[in-house]
Design a protein around this ligand. Sequence first.
Ligand SMILES: Cc1cc2nc3c(=O)[nH]c(=O)nc-3n(C[C@H](O)[C@H](O)[C@H](O)COP(=O)(O)OP(=O)(O)OC[C@H]3O[C@@H](n4cnc5c(N)ncnc54)[C@H](O)[C@@H]3O)c2cc1C
Length: 384
Amino acid sequence: MPQSVRPYDLVIVGASFAGLVAARTAAMRGLDVAVLEAKPEAGHRVATTGILVKEAAEEIDIPHTLTRRVHGVRLYAPSRRHIDLFAPGYFFLTTDTANVLRWLAAEAMRAGAKILYRARFEGADRVDGVFRFRGLNIAARYILGADGARSAVARAFGLGTNRKFLTGLEVEFEGLAGADPRFLHCFLDSKLAPGYLGWVAPGPVVSQAGLAVGPGRRPDLKAFLAATESIFGYSNARPVERRSGRIPAGGLVHPWSAEGVMLVGDAAGQVSPATGGGIKLAFELGRRAAQVISDHLQDLGPPPARAMAADVPAFGAKKLMRFGLDLAPPNWTIDAALAVPPMRWLAQQVYFHRRNPGGVSFAEFEAKLRSEPLAGYPTASPGA
Ligand SMILES: Cc1cc2nc3c(=O)[nH]c(=O)nc-3n(C[C@H](O)[C@H](O)[C@H](O)COP(=O)(O)OP(=O)(O)OC[C@H]3O[C@@H](n4cnc5c(N)ncnc54)[C@H](O)[C@@H]3O)c2cc1C
């Protein structure tokens, strides 16, 4: 590579939730930013269910047409008895995930970032404070690794790597009429989904049905679909696409930075070990990483990792919960537990912990549904 190539201020590896939000913020703050993405476009072969918790939805204003609000959680025991959980005013957003990622990419470019597709990061060498990328004719003053659970940036710079994973697999269905759209349908079943859950999520375009399993196990999607066919009627719907991937479940990697390099999102293990949710943290910490990097490069701010340390969660309690979930208690104990009020309370805490912003009760919500149509909901609620 010629010595004269002008370095970008920041090269971000990975054009997904963390990388694209970081690129937008860094470009808006005046940095010269490029994003390297191995795939041919953002949103290609999505590997996530893409459900946003309310806090994630509040972090980034995503176009309404790309999401669907879901207000409650229907939690099924292995016997298929269920309880309905709801917190007034709280919601989840299911998403048209591929288009959310395309929209995030468009926003990053609109702010001034360049996205280089089919550009795989394969290592970089630092000479006189500038990184030169192997196999690519680019250079950078700073590298942000937002390249997911098996980060090549982490490996290239001897940073910590994720070692413990959940494995998720799901199928998208068109026309899945049996999925009551008031709920995310979650299945506790230690035989089908040991260490995690099965789920059916009614999305804005398709519905997704799948499961994830704990470390060292393989998800059996066929068995899950067969076991829940009578509830949802998959055989009357059209399967469109599959999504699968590995979810870091061991907490933060160490170290997550070196001189001129930092990891963010799944690459840094910034995923709740208990719930497997990572998009909210990818949004929040992707944006924060771009802020501290731009402060450092342009405004004599402290080293980015030091500035960021206070914002990165330690996941103490969630790691403990992961330990409990890995034990995968026998199904009969889950059946028995879900029948008693303390367990219902506990489930409510897990899904809606400190998430009761105050709003209508479930009964009021149901009454509202009956009296006035709400976008995405049938006029009479199923089973009503
Ligand atoms: C099956 C499944 C379901 C999930 N469901 C949810 C959910 O409903 N809600 C939730 O909050 N979280 C969910 N998660 C977790 C969530 O998807 C992740 O936490 C989130 O995607 C992390 O975003 P990220 O930007 O850090 O990394 P990723 O989304 O993994 O993106 C990494 C990007 O880097 C690119 N890349 C990788 N290597 C290179 C390289 N060498 N060079 C260039 N580019 C590279 C990849 O192509 C990819 O585009 C789920 C995960 C899985 C696997």
